[in-house]
Design a protein around this ligand. Structure first.
Ligand SMILES: Cc1ncc(COP(=O)(O)O)c(C=O)c1O
Length: 411
């Protein structure tokens, strides 16, 4: 068949005429393929999946019930545009109850979003002209950088290093880049490193933003999932409301990934730019989902139970991984452990990258992780693996420990 003229019409931002012809196999596809091959080759062995970035639990029954009830009401069938006022009010109350931030105005300082991913994707449209820069952190969730580039802007990557507590060194951004920068994208608690931000760092961010005329977008997708400390918010820091917003999501805190519900909160000018762009992109999340979201936000016990589960699992994972020689430490937040990947096997195979170590673990030990090779070589283990109760959790983890100990890793 001759090539369709459509092939010549693709925009440069997705590869132009070469779109769809790139034969590079990307990280997540490599993992998927390796998993399939390993399962086929070892039908008697169970795959232990530590690669998943989504909660294993479903949403709380009380939230599901609210959805069912509200979905049946005719008044909930309309477009919701920029969101229900009562969802905004619930978000304001949540910010006060969980993070101690009072005095937010629901009508000007909050806007809902169909998940935090679209909010991150839309934010550059409110600020980025060609040539403008978004400061991003790597490793990280790249969505805001990608959309900055889609608009003809540039993403500048700041490395997250272990020796800095996985916080970016803002002083290292070159002045030329800084002079063109408009957005600073942060994500704490951080995926994939599990790091949490300190108040000192956030104070510095506010000063840095004011000194350099930057808008701060703090992606708080994991804000409620912290261990051994109270959840914190960037907006709690003096001056934060002058420079930024936070994006909160119900995906991880309330086990509602597929439901798609989040909110942007903070500086009214940034919220209004977001609301404008969003209004030109979608017509709002289903009212019944927003009403179920209110039920979730009003029930912090759901998050408490979820946090207790991840904390228990992460502690067991740390012990098990340390037992197998990994340099594992309890993270400050999220449900991830981010560890230096093994360099090889004593008197055996070498792993030049985390990806090679991850492929080995999938193929030889049926343990799936996510490798990160942007800044050093690391593996991410997620506490969202499938296990229906504590007994099953212990079982999965002792099986994994056994499999890891059979290998004499070198670090
Ligand atoms: C750092 C980070 N931000 C945002 C998201 C997107 O979450 P949501 O489900 O709210 O779109 C994720 C999802 O994995 C994430 O890891």
């Amino acid at each position: 068949m001759s090539e369709s003229y459509i092939q010549k019409l693709f925009a440069d931002r997705i590869g132009g005429e070469k779109f769809g012809k790139d034969t590079t196999i990307y990280k997540f596809e490599k993992i998927k393929r390796a998993k399939r091959a390993a399962i086929d080759a070892n039908p008697e062995m169970e795959m232990i999946d530590m690669g998943v970035g989504e909660p294993d639990w479903m949403a709380d029954p009380s939230v599901v019930e609210t959805l069912a009830k509200e979905a049946a009401k005719p008044e909930n069938r309309w477009y919701t545009d920029n969101g229900l006022p009562e969802f905004k009010e619930a978000a304001v109350k949540y910010m006060a109850d969980i993070f101690g931030i009072t005095g937010l105005d629901a009508s000007t300082q909050v806007n809902h979003s169909i998940g935090s991913k679209p909010a991150l994707a839309m934010m550059p449209s409110g600020f980025i002209n060609p040539g403008d820069v978004t400061l991003m952190t790597v490793p990280g969730y790249p969505v805001m950088g990608t959309h900055t580039e889609f608009l003809g802007g540039e993403a500048y990557n700041m490395p997250l290093k272990k020796e800095n507590g996985f916080l970016p060194n803002l002083d290292e951004v070159p002045l030329e880049v800084l002079s063109r920068a408009k957005l600073l994208c942060l994500n704490y608690p951080n995926n994939p490193t599990g790091a949490i931000a300190t108040t000192t760092f956030y104070d510095k961010v506010v000063r840095f933003a004011k000194d350099n005329n930057l808008v701060v977008i703090q992606d708080a997708a994991y804000a409620a999932l912290v261990y051994g400390a109270e959840p914190t918010s960037f907006l709690k820091v003096d001056g934060a409301l002058d420079v930024g917003v936070e994006i909160h999501s119900l995906s991880k805190a309330y086990n509602m990934t597929g439901w798609r519900l989040a909110f942007v909160v903070g500086n009214p000018l940034i919220v209004s730019a977001f609301a404008n762009v969003k209004d030109n992109n979608d017509s709002g999340q289903f009212a019944a989902i927003q009403k179920a979201g209110i039920k979730a936000l009003e029930t912090p016990a759901i998050t408490k139970r979820t946090v207790a589960k991840y904390e228990r699992r992460l502690k067991l994972m740390v012990d098990m991984l340390r037992g197998a020689g990994f340099d594992a430490e309890m993270p400050g937040g999220t449900f991830y452990l981010y560890l230096p990947s093994p360099k090889g096997i004593k008197d055996g195979e070498r792993f030049v990258t985390g990806e090679e170590a991850s492929q080995f673990l999938i193929k030889e030990k049926l343990i799936s992780t996510v490798p990160w090779d942007n800044v050093g070589n690391f593996l991410r283990f997620s506490a969202t693996f499938e296990a229906k109760d504590e007994q099953e959790e212990t079982c999965v983890l002792s099986m994994m420990g056994q499999r890891l100990k059979e290998v004499n890793f070198e670090f």
